[in-house]
Design a protein around this ligand. Structure first.
Ligand SMILES: CC(C)(COP(=O)(O)OP(=O)(O)OC[C@H]1O[C@@H](n2cnc3c(N)ncnc32)[C@H](O)[C@@H]1OP(=O)(O)O)[C@@H](O)C(=O)NCCC(=O)NCCS
Length: 147
C-alpha cells in the first residue's frame, strides 16, 4: 500500500470528509458542521491521506485537560490496516500538546470493531447512556482513557 500521511485536517479536506461521512453514518455531519468544528479553536481534527485521497478522519473537542472524541471513520476499503489506530495515536499526540490528559468518547454498544479498537488503545468502559443514538435507537457505552 502507498504511504499514508496522518496530518491535521484543513478546510480543503472537508468535501471528501463529508462524502465519507455520508457513506458510513445514518445521521451524517454536514460539510458546515465539519467546517464549524474545524474553525473552533478548542478542537483537533486529523485526516489520513494517501496521495490526494482522504481515507479516514477523526476529531475531538478539548476542554482544559479533557478531550471528547466526536468523529472516527475509515473508508471501507482501507479498514483493518491499522489506519484508525495510527490516526488516533496522532490525535492523542496533538491533544497532548494542548495539555490533554484524559480522553472520553461514546460508542454504540453493538459496534464491536470500534469498541475493540478503543480497548486496544487503552480505553475502558465507564457507563452507559440509555438510548443515546437515533436511526436506530441504541445505548451508548461511555469510555475513558486516562494518561
Ligand atoms: C471502527 C473503525 C474506525 C476501525 O478502523 P480500522 O482502520 O479498520 O481499525 P484498525 O485497522 O486500526 O484496527 C485497530 C484495532 O481495532 C480492532 N478492530 C478494528 N476493526 C475490527 C473488527 N472489524 N473486528 C474486531 N476488531 C476490530 C482490532 O483490535 C484492531 O487491532 P488488530 O489489527 O491488532 O486486530 C472502522 O471500522 C470504521 O470506520 N467503522 C465505521 C465508523 C465507526 O464505527 N466509527 C466509530 C464511531 S464511535
Amino acid at each position: 500500500m502507498q504511504e499514508i500521511i496522518y496530518r491535521l485536517m484543513s478546510e480543503g479536506d472537508i468535501k471528501q470528509v463529508a462524502v465519507i461521512e455520508k457513506e458510513i453514518f445514518s445521521l451524517p455531519w454536514s460539510e458546515k458542521s465539519f467546517l464549524d468544528s474545524l474553525k473552533n479553536e478548542n478542537t483537533v481534527y486529523i485526516v489520513a491521506e494517501i496521495k490526494d485521497e482522504i481515507v479516514a478522519y477523526c476529531g475531538a473537542y478539548i476542554s482544559f485537560e479533557e478531550a471528547d472524541i466526536s468523529n472516527v471513520a475509515v473508508k471501507k476499503n482501507f479498514r483493518r490496516k491499522n489506519v484508525a489506530e495510527n490516526m488516533l495515536n496522532k490525535l492523542f499526540y496533538e491533544c497532548g500538546k494542548k495539555g490533554v490528559s484524559d480522553i472520553t468518547l461514546e460508542v454504540r454498544e453493538t459496534n464491536v470493531p470500534a469498541i475493540s479498537l478503543y480497548e486496544k488503545l487503552g480505553f475502558e468502559e465507564a457507563g452507559i447512556r440509555k438510548n443515546f443514538y437515533e436511526k436506530p435507537v441504541e445505548n451508548a457505552l461511555i469510555m475513558w482513557k486516562h494518561d
